[in-house]
Structure formats: structure tokens, C-alpha cells
Write a protein that binds this ligand. Structure first.
Ligand code: KIV
Ligand code: NA
Length: 285
């Protein structure tokens, strides 16, 4: 199977085939997502939280995002569509050339095929239009936009009144008009995502937005249970199904390594492969 392009993503919506997207932040996660045949790898700024331990997505810088994009590119160089999240503070200015210049860095230095911007205000859609005209494919993102956490007041569902739902639909239409090739719908009632998906030509990719979107995205660490542990609470968002408990295996492996080193059973003869000839041994020992 060849390279996934934005045309393939559009064709999937037309044919009523669901689009799959998963985040990755480094070489091994990208390799796994590629091998699973997922359509799109998103180098999300959720990296700040799940990889770097910050409370929000705000602290991660453009240079740091590019560093992670480069590792993901090495892990999945050929098949999936690679999308890089533009971090907080790298694109919001009235001077739309700031966004374009930084988006070029994500493509040229980071190896990304497309970039993602949060929000769909009139000002934000101007930025999207400028970047698309500059030759870069853009994925939109509306509903809960975590970079706006201090404005929204917290990580909570959006579009729960008719007026607010209408304004999310308006943002999505504006982003489509600006040239976005698809739009992420995050944390909103399923009926709102359904209507938006029906009203748009371009595909929608949902997270916490019900089953009516053109595709689904989840964060790698959440869907795989990377921090599950026999004796510690694991936080997983309400909307996220956990398809594995990888953290249990990590803990088990580390536990057994520690025990076997401490009781002397590792490495043993089996994992001590390097030998001298008998002659050398007798003259050395
Ligand atoms: O950063 C991220 O992981 C995202 C997805 C949840 C859409 O933006
Ligand atoms: Na993000």
C-alpha cells in the first residue's frame, strides 16, 4: 500500500469508509501505528502532557514539536499521512506570515505532510487560508481546543446549547471554506458532530464526539493504557476506550528484571555469551 494522501482521506468519506488517526510522538510509537495500518499519524501537542508530563498542552515549543516530528518521520517514513500540531504561540498572530513560516518548518524540518491548527474564528480561518495558499495542507480542529484551556476554563465538553453548537458548525464551515482538508471535532454531543459532518463536504475526525463522524482519533497513551499499573490509579478520559493495558506489561517486565538482578538469577550462563578460548582463559585467569 502506497502513501496515504489527503485525496485518500476525502475518498474514504465519499465511500463511507471510516478514517483512523492515532497520535505518536517518537520512533517506536510511530512504527507501531504505521504497522497497524492506521491512516493518519498525528504528532499532537498532547505530547506536552503524555510524554513530557506537563498539566496542559501550552508549554511545548515549536522546536520541541519539530524534534518529535523528526523521530515520528523516522518511525513511519513511507505510508501514513503525517500531521504535525502547531503548538500554542506559533500561529495565532494577526501577521499570518508567522503561521506560514512556522508551518513550513513543520514540513521542511519536521518531515510532516500537513499541519493542524486549533480554532475556527474569522481571524483563525484567515491564517488557515494563508497557509493552504502557501502550499501546506491543513487539518482544522474545533469544539474543545485544549490550547484555549485558560479561556474555556477547563477541559470540558463544548457545544451543549443550540447557540454554542451553531457557532461550532459556523467555525467548521469557515475552516472548510478556508481550505482545510478535514476537521477534528473534539468533545461535543454526538448529535452536534453528526450535523456538522452532514453539513460539510470535507471529512470530520472525532474524539469524544460520538460515532457519526467520518473517522476517529485517540491519543496513543490513552488507548493503549500506557500508565496502567497494578497499584496506581490511571487517568483515562471518559470518552476513551482502553484497547490494552500496556503499562501492566511494562511494570511486570521491570519488576522481574529487578528481582532477578537482586537474586543473581540474571544474567546467568544463558545471557553471558562472550567467551575466551580455553588457552587464553588459562593464561588470563
Ligand atoms: O494533540 C492531540 O493529541 C490532538 C488530538 C487529540 C486531536 O490534538
Ligand atoms: Na493537539
Amino acid at each position: 500500500p502506497g502513501k496515504v494522501t489527503t485525496l485518500h482521506i476525502h475518498a474514504k468519506k465519499r465511500r463511507n469508509e471510516k478514517i483512523t488517526m492515532v497520535t505518536a510522538y517518537d520512533y517506536p510509537s510511530a512504527m507501531h501505528v504505521d504497522r497497524a495500518g492506521i491512516d493518519i499519524v498525528l504528532v499532537g501537542d498532547s505530547c506536552a502532557m503524555v510524554e513530557l508530563g506537563f498539566e496542559t498542552t501550552l508549554p511545548i515549543t515549536l522546536d520541541e514539536m519539530i524534534y518529535h516530528c523528526q523521530a515520528v518521520k523516522r518511525g513511519a517514513p513511507n505510508r501514513p499521512l503525517l500531521i504535525g500540531d502547531m503548538p500554542f504561540g506559533s500561529y495565532e498572530y494577526r501577521d499570518v506570515d508567522v503561521a506560514l513560516r512556522n508551518a513550513y518548518r513543520m514540513v521542511k524540518e519536521g518531515g510532516m505532510d500537513a499541519v493542524k491548527f486549533e480554532g475556527g474564528t474569522v481571524a483563525r480561518s484567515r491564517i488557515v487560508r494563508h497557509v493552504v495558499q502557501g502550499g501546506i495542507a491543513v487539518l482544522g480542529h474545533v469544539g474543545l481546543t485544549p490550547q484555549a484551556i485558560n479561556v474555556l476554563g477547563g477541559f470540558r465538553a463544548q457545544g451543549r446549547t443550540a447557540i454554542r453548537a451553531r457557532s461550532i458548525l459556523d467555525e467548521a464551515l469557515r475552516l472548510q471554506d478556508a481550505g482545510a482538508f478535514a476537521i477534528v471535532l473534539e468533545c461535543m454531543p454526538a448529535n452536534v458532530a453528526d450535523v456538522i459532518t452532514r453539513e460539510l463536504e470535507i471529512p470530520t475526525i472525532g474524539i469524544g464526539a460520538g460515532g457519526g463522524t467520518s473517522g476517529q482519533v485517540l491519543v496513543f497513551h490513552d488507548l493503549l493504557g500506557m500508565s496502567s499499573h497494578p497499584h496506581h490509579e490511571e487517568f483515562v478520559p471518559k470518552f476513551c476506550k482502553k484497547y490494552a493495558s500496556v503499562g501492566i506489561h511494562i511494570n511486570d517486565g521491570l519488576d522481574r528484571f529487578k528481582k532477578e538482578v537482586e537474586d543473581g538469577s540474571f544474567p546467568g550462563r544463558e545471557y553471558s555469551p562472550y567467551v575466551m578460548t580455553k588457552e587464553e582463559e588459562s593464561s588470563f585467569n
